[in-house]
Design a protein around this ligand. Structure first.
Ligand SMILES: [Zn+2]
Ligand SMILES: [Zn+2]
Length: 83
């Protein structure tokens, strides 16, 4: 059964801390919606995980884009979907 993303569905608020200035980043929604507009910074952890992300297990994860209002920088975070 396909999980649902707690962020997309408003069940949970997730605030990502900006790795540059440690401010709170805003959830901008699913990464796929922003594919062309941003070239998001990926830290090693996230990129390693993202490499293993396939069509098959995309039903388990939702990749969100967060934007730091101070740095005006986009960051990706993989959100585990819930059942
Ligand atoms: Zn989502
Ligand atoms: Zn920042």
């Amino acid at each position: 059964m396909e999980g649902i993303c707690p962020l997309c569905n408003g069940i949970e608020q997730y605030k990502l801390q900006c790795p540059i200035c440690e401010n709170e980043c805003e959830d901008k929604g699913r990464e796929v919606d922003y594919n062309d507009k941003y070239s998001p910074y990926l830290d090693y952890d996230i990129s390693a995980k993202a490499d293993g992300l396939t069509e098959e297990n995309s039903s388990l994860y939702c990749i969100h884009l967060f934007n730091c209002p101070d740095c005006n920088e986009g960051f990706l975070k993989i959100i585990d979907k819930i059942k």
